[in-house]
Write a protein that binds this ligand. Structure first.
Ligand code: CP
Length: 315
């Protein structure tokens, strides 16, 4: 199996085998971070630009660390302090970065489809680090990688995603990835936070959290996006916590332990209690660690593919 894409834009467009190739490549890179000298020369001489139009802690730092562990040079651009403030378009920004002879742009953008737009207009690799409500492929890949480490396989697993499904790129990418790999995916949210016809993505829908958790192996808890006007979608954070918050009392009612995941950042006391987030079944910080290996794999695979495509065009 060979990776043939210069970009990673979403999991919707990938095959099961391509997703498995990223996970296998990430497995082989994971060991690098345990070495005394955490570096391999795989991308020496290459440059990656982290181009972020939205705030981020985990994704941006994780991509930077991943690139540095591959000996790749890294430049960080925060849109607010760049010429974006002077009105420069995304495509013009991308073309100028290409003129500066960089190799990869890691893009986080508030508009769905931004990474696709950029990838169509530049020859460098584009990696989607989250676009609007659309996809956050490396987050889903690190979630799936963590599940695979814990359960040994994805096929047949029962994964429940709880929370603001409607506005969640993390939910969409997880649904694409997990269903392609043969997991059963359930989503649970109040009706106001569920997109219409979500069933068409092959998931089972629940409005009652206790019912949704009954047979699940893992719950992936989404962040309530409090920067939005939550009153239009749910009366208050307290009401949400009562009905949809993951608490120890709720988990104790289940017959078995379930794995607790959250993409971060956490709203403690809104979608998850501190006791659960910091409890022994939580793998929230392991997810963060696994993000490095997954992003190393993606940076490596897109670079190889771009060079193969370039060489083929010259012959
Ligand atoms: N999970 C995630 O995307 O976190 P950041 O917004 O901090 O990158």
């Amino acid at each position: 199996m060979e990776w043939r894409h210069k970009d990673l834009l979403g999991l919707a467009e990938l095959t099961k085998e391509e997703i498995e190739l990223i996970l296998d490549t990430a497995s082989s890179f994971k060991e690098v971070s345990t070495r005394e000298i955490k570096k391999v020369p795989a991308l020496r001489g290459k440059s990656v630009v982290n181009l972020f139009y939205e705030p981020s802690t985990r994704t941006r730092v994780s991509f930077e660390i991943a690139a540095k562990r591959l000996s790749c040079d890294v430049i960080n651009i925060i849109a607010d302090t760049s010429s974006v403030r002077k009105g420069e378009s995304l495509v013009d920004t991308g073309k100028n970065l290409e003129a500066l002879k960089i190799d990869i742009i890691v893009l986080r953008h508030n508009s769905s489809g931004a990474a696709h737009l950029l990838a169509r207009n530049v020859g460098v690799s584009v990696i989607n680090a989250g676009d609007g409500w659309h996809e956050h492929p490396t987050q889903a890949l690190l979630d799936i990688f963590t599940l695979k480490e814990k359960f040994g396989k994805i096929e047949g697993l029962n994964v429940t995603i709880v929370g603001d499904i409607a506005h969640s790129r993390v939910a969409r990418s997880n649904i694409w990835g997990l269903t392609k790999l043969g997991a059963k995916v359930c989503v649970c949210a109040p009706k106001s936070l569920l997109p219409i016809e979500i069933e068409r993505l092959g998931v089972e829908v629940f409005n009652d959290l206790d019912e949704a958790l009954r047979d699940t192996d893992c719950v992936n808890v989404l962040r309530m996006q409090l920067e939005r006007d939550e009153k239009t979608i749910f009366p208050s954070s307290l009401d949400y916590f009562k009905q949809y918050g993951i608490t120890m009392e709720r988990l104790k009612k289940l017959k078995r332990n379930i794995l607790i995941m959250h993409p971060g950042p956490l709203n403690r006391g809104v979608e998850i209690s501190s006791e659960v987030a910091d409890g022994e079944n939580s793998v929230i910080l392991e997810q963060v660690t696994n993000g490095i290996a997954v992003r190393m794999a993606v940076l490596y695979l897109v670079t190889q593919a771009r060079e193969t495509i370039k060489n083929e065009a010259h012959h």
